[in-house]
Ligand binder design. Sequence first.
Ligand code: COA
Ligand code: AMP
Length: 638
Amino acid sequence: MTTPSTTSRYPEVYAAWKADPEAFWREAARAVDWARQAERIFDPEAGVYGRWFVGGELNACHNAVDRHLPERAEQTAILYESPVTGTRRSLTYAELRDEVAALGAVLQDLGVGPGDRVVLYMPMVPEAIVAMLACARIGAVHSVVFGGFAARELAARIEDAAPKAVLAASCGIEPGRVVAYKPLLDEACALSAHKPEACLILQRPQSEAAMTAGRDRDWAEAVAAAKAEGRAAPCLPVAATDPLYILYTSGTTGKPKGVVRDTGGYLVALAWSMPNLYGVRPGETYWCASDVGWVVGHSYIVYGPLLHGCTTVLYEGKPVGTPDAGAFWRVIAETGTVALFTAPTALRAIKKEDPDGRLMQGHDLSRFRTLFLAGERADPDTVAWAETMTGVPVIDHWWQTETGWPIAANPVGLGALPVKRGSPTVPMPGYDVQVLDEGGRPLPPDTMGTIAIRLPLPPGCLPTLWRQDERCRESYLATFPGYYNTSDAGFLDRDGYVSVMGRTDDIINVAGHRLSTGGMEEVLASHPAVAECAVIGIRDALKGEAPCGFVVLKSGVDRSPAEIERELVALVREKIGPVAAFKLALTVGRLPKTRSGKILRGTMKKIADGETWTTPPTIDDPAILDEIGERLKARGIG
Ligand code: COA
Ligand code: AMP
């Protein structure tokens, strides 16, 4: 690979990793405090494809909080900015330690011990971070569920993770509505075969929850009591290979995948990324405008910035509408943010409302150095607009829930490489990225194929799926022996720059949120009037993609199709949640299929996206494609 001539240290750093991966990660591990040094940096015989830092012991909460106290006790650790409640709050590192230690003691009172799972169903409030760290402190494994998921999705996660306790807030706040979490939690507990022994409920004034006697405890009271008794849980070292958390993500079916994150490798990878990739220094303010329910939130709202001694901004609001499209610039200025990490969708939303950046005016952005984008493809127009408006480098980077930190990025801390808009730049150390054909053979530059990573995956990436080693092998390692299959399609150019164009499976990306069309199809198919269905992701100017469901009704159903379509939209919202953003169901006479019965989703997508398409020679009934085109046109699509 020949990266363009540059003063960046990237080429030598990547080459050093390639020449001796173990030496590279041994050195990187020095940025983390260990209770016991690892016996082996990497053991290729352990686990599904090997394990990192075997024999090492450490505690994630100690590394994120306690170890900073000698220097940073009075520095702000968390800056909570909540335009939806009109609140601003900050916690110093010392205050964060006290909160986390007290909640850790409460968790121990609830019977939570090392290795036990704790499900968190929390909005973007400081207590969400405190809860994650409290679990880490006592060696428990947290599993955060995004607030936009419905009861059934929460139930699936509770059932799989089998938590001893659930920590939840009474509600979340979306613009214009309060989302009562507690009824969803109660329903999830009723649906799940596994019943958590205890629920700790954070009452928010916007909607106080009714408590279930015997199971529910009041968060504030329990923490106050622990503090009054002077009880504070100490940090308990765990094995580097022990899970820090499980994070469920969409698979190709309705059953989510429990991505496991180990402790040692994760902290080492994050500690490397903060200075080298993001180019931030301890003590600076770093803002990741995602949600703690996503991997981006785990890595770069919580663990990454705190590990590095930064101030992290926790933002409970939207890029637009809370109250306007100037919100991001206001928060950057008022918090002194040096690096913002958001999704391209958020910028598209801001651009739509404020194309000339009028709402930027009056905000002092002089400390703002870099804008990072991830979660979906960053289209060149959006990148160009953001560069012009902000005057700072706009850095796309590519990663997945499974990897926990970026696969490809422009490492500004090592010296930025030239930006090629539309490309998340180059592989990070640890990732040997290859583009393969269907037979697993590496393809030449500029040729589209499946992007795969030569094993082993670097520290920080998933060691396995929760209690499902075999599903992990089948999902990621079986297609291309010796490689991890990213299920993203793209290419490498002659300079070694990666371009990521879309998924090769039925996952779609809606507003930077990862969703399974297979999961939505399962819901549509459960409607009594539906004979068969197909959900595809169609192009959406704001959200990148939006789901669109085509359904064939059972013969004999003589109800109004429009009424059934409305019911289907409501059903997906009820079963998966509002985050699915499923707003379009269309009844059709038949689904287009090949003669062997395969649904022609690719052709349907081309029609919906207004691209040129040809009738596939294998189609059984070409007329149906015209019907689909007409149905879409009637809705202004295609
Ligand atoms: N709890 C409950 N409901 C939620 C939720 C949460 N945490 N997050 C989103 N929802 C709801 C929304 O209210 C919306 O409901 P509606 O159908 O009643 O309007 C629905 O889920 C879809 O949400 P979303 O797709 O986010 O659309 P939106 O219209 O609310 O907002 C944007 C549009 C562009 C402002 C928003 O998508 C955004 O900020 N995107 C950036 C995404 C991001 O940061 N992703 C993280 C990956 S890096
Ligand atoms: P998630 O697991 O929710 O982080 O989603 C991961 C998926 O989002 C990837 O497999 C990609 O399809 C997509 N994605 C994330 N970041 C990028 C990016 N920078 N460019 C293109 N696609 C991206």
